[in-house]
Design a protein around this ligand. Structure first.
Ligand code: DX5
Ligand code: ZN
Length: 220
């Protein structure tokens, strides 16, 4: 699978949002990663429904909705998922995982199962045929600027092996947290396809377009 970039919009400079989105369109960015946090599932609040719908109005790039919320089955409709959007549900966040993944499919969007660093891969066993991708958290969710949890690299590798062995070669692996270029090279080598790009690679000093080009050159 080709490497895809999903910049983390919680890390973007709000005062330069239009310019940032313009650069993303010019550089053919594949997804916009929207971190939704409810202060319950994770100890932080982030990106509300109005922000999501405004971004949708001013950009044609598909959204990558990362729901870090309790009872996502009750709130999916708040975000009006659309065709081509990715919607990630944490397996730790709901008792109704199959139902909510199926709900995403019914909206025409693409269901993704997210796993925290401490969550074993066996949690995916019963829903492996319901998903288009797995989001492997490479830090504990809630905050940008954290350090990679080292064991997650091997977890990506084991997940790729597991998916292939089950005949699910087309299921992508997305990685989120401390995706620096150096870590991304190792994540790619382990089997990652979609990279959530936050403060570790894109939203840092220097030119945004240049950072994107460097990433694409180094991570293949
Ligand atoms: C949390 C977020 C973060 C962050 C990624 O769920 O998705 O992982 O924005 O950016 P870094 O880790 O590079 O600051
Ligand atoms: Zn995220």
């Amino acid at each position: 699978m080709k490497v895809k970039l999903s910049p983390s919009m919680m890390c973007a400079d709000l005062l330069r949002l239009r310019e940032t989105l313009h650069t993303f369109e010019e550089e053919q960015i594949e997804y916009l990663h929207m971190d939704i946090m409810d202060g319950q599932f994770v100890p932080n609040y982030m990106l509300g429904t109005d922000y999501v719908s405004r971004i949708r109005r001013i950009s044609d790039i598909p959204l990558d909705l990362h729901l870090m919320i309790e009872e996502p089955e009750k709130k999916l409709g708040w975000f009006s998922p659309e065709k081509e959007d990715l919607v990630s549900i944490h397996v730790e966040s709901t008792r109704h995982l199959q139902k909510v993944l199926d709900g995403i499919r019914q909206c025409g969007a693409r269901p993704v199962a997210a796993v925290n660093p401490g969550t074993p891969l066996c949690m995916l066993e019963e829903i492996i045929n319901e998903i288009d991708g797995v989001l492997v958290m490479t830090v504990n969710p809630g905050f940008s600027g954290q350090k990679l949890v080292p064991g997650t690299l091997d977890k990506i590798r084991r997940l790729r092996g597991y998916l292939d062995q089950k005949g699910r070669e087309e299921v992508f692996i997305e990685v989120d947290g401390n995706v620096s270029i150096e870590n991304a090279v190792r994540m790619r080598e382990a089997g990652a396809d979609i990279f959530v790009a936050g403060t570790s690679c894109l939203f840092t000093d220097g030119d945004l377009a240049e950072h994107i080009r460097t990433f694409r050159r180094e991570v293949r």
